[in-house]
Design a protein around this ligand. Structure first.
Ligand code: UGA
Length: 435
């Protein structure tokens, strides 16, 4: 099929390349000239497993064309995917201005029947809005249908999720468009869910919200575990044995981050408020997460009555391992609070994007974990990078001024903590150890 993907951000780029791999002819439109130049030269603009090879292959096979020529792209495509950003505003409303702009820009070039698809996460009612807007822009009704086809890709696993995900959701109110979408995804061995546009739009938010609820729930229980002397890992294991619950997304820690859960939970709360239908559980999930992500600072404040002048090492800056993405990472909020308390911060991450240096230009960035620990009064593990798993705790004790460890991802072996006589070890729901 002839496809066009507007926006070569995370979702757009993966969508374009993966559809290209499936023998479609894809045009990916990007207005950022720097991004465009890199992609045309086969240089990935984001870090994602398998992306490098996929991009190079698509250029060799000529299956994906990167361009800024919107007119040509729209005219020569049967399906147009909108994959531009939909960030959250200060008041938690979704900022759909980029989607609005795209509709205005593409309208003049819709010269025969095309399916316009939203891939971006958009608020309920957006499909209807786009239909209205296209008509207002004088696009004849018989020239288009609008479909909601949200993505469910995880960063780091996006390509695999695209080809082998759990579900493909298609929200539309036209049999013609439904058949075209069915055809497009025919070779995917993934269950398809056909729904109304409003239902599809809400499935995306509900999916991310429910996963966030699971995380905030287990984190609250973890906090209780520390008070009553229970072990959250054993509780999570036992819970996970119940097939109705599933063992996934029950890892307690310092909360969720990234470009999706924080944004989508807030957006869902706002959408519900706009419809006068409060979602108390999702609202609480956001509140719990905002408190949880700075929990290490409260632990530290209790350990040392005065934080001013202390030196703290942050191990892991990204919102999860195997990505360079720092968006909404708990580390950002922790560093901010530590700096407010006049703490000296050192940081190490195997991969964090250089963006972090723009946010915190005055902290000390180190090239490895051990260097980061030298002379510090505490270390906080914010991301469960595998290299931290086998950190030599005897060396850790030797390098730190005071070996106080806050394990925000419950990843260190408590037996080794005891053997190394670490001065104080704080976990999230697995108890604390003091020597
Ligand atoms: C998430 C969803 O998992 C995808 O299905 C969805 O498509 C995507 O958002 C999106 O909306 O685009 P992603 O943000 O890449 O994907 O990250 P996840 O792997 O889901 O992790 C999110 C956060 O939850 C991370 O900060 C992670 O550390 C945290 N988490 C996850 C926990 O704290 N505990 C867990 O048990 C699992």
């Amino acid at each position: 099929m002839n496809l066009c993907v507007i926006g070569a951000g995370y979702v757009g780029l993966i969508t374009a390349l993966c559809f290209g791999k499936k023998e479609n002819k894809v045009i990916c439109v990007e207005k950022d000239s720097n991004k465009l130049r890199l992609l045309k030269n086969g240089v990935p603009t984001i870090f994602e497993e398998g992306l490098d090879e996929l991009l190079k292959e698509s250029l060799i096979k000529d299956s994906v064309l990167f361009t800024d020529d919107l007119a040509l792209s729209i005219k020569s495509s049967d399906i147009i995917f909108i994959a531009v950003g939909t960030p959250t505003k200060e008041n938690w409303d979704v900022d759909v201005s980029q989607v609005e702009q795209v509709i205005d820009l593409i309208s003049p070039y819709i010269d025969k029947y095309k399916v316009v698809v939203t891939k971006s996460t958009v608020p309920v009612g957006t499909q209807k809005y786009i239909k209205r807007k296209l008509l207002e822009n004088n696009v004849p009704r018989e020239y288009f249908d609008v479909v909601s086809n949200p993505e469910f890709l995880r960063e780091g696993k996006a390509i695999d999720d695209f080809f082998n995900g759990d579900k493909i959701v298609v929200g539309c109110d036209s049999i013609k468009a439904k058949d075209i979408m069915k055809n497009l995804y025919e070779s995917f061995k993934i269950k398809m869910v056909f729904a109304s546009p409003e239902t599809a739009e809400l499935i995306k938010y509900t999916s991310n919200a429910l996963l966030s609820v699971k995380i905030s729930f287990i984190n609250e229980i973890a906090n209780l575990c520390n008070k009553v002397g229970a072990d959250i890992d054993v509780i999570a294991y036992a819970l996970g044995l119940d097939k109705r619950i599933s063992p996934l997304f029950l890892n307690a820690g310092i909360g969720y981050g990234g470009s999706c859960f924080p944004k989508d939970t807030k957006a869902l709360v706002k959408i519900s408020e706009n419809y006068n239908c409060e979602l108390k559980i999702v609202k609480s999930t956001v509140d719990v997460n905002e408190k949880q992500r700075v929990l290490p600072v409260s632990i530290l404040s209790e350990h040392y009555n005065e934080l001013e002048g202390k030196m703290v090492a942050i191990l892991g800056l990204t919102f999860k391992p195997d990505t360079d993405d720092i968006r909404e990472a708990p580390s950002l909020y922790i560093i901010e609070k530590l700096l407010e308390a006049k703490v000296k911060v050192k940081a190490y991450d195997p991969m964090a994007s250089p963006e972090i240096r723009k946010i915190f230009p005055d902290i000390i960035y180190c090239d490895d974990a051990y260097e980061c620990l030298v002379g510090t009064d505490a270390m906080i593990i914010c991301t469960e990078w595998s290299e931290f798993l086998n950190i030599d705790l005897f060396k850790v004790k030797e390098l730190m001024r005071e070996s106080v460890i806050i394990d925000g991802r419950n990843m260190l072996d408590t037996k080794k903590i005891i053997q190394a006589k670490i001065k104080a070890y704080y976990s999230i729901g697995k108890g604390n150890i003091k020597s």
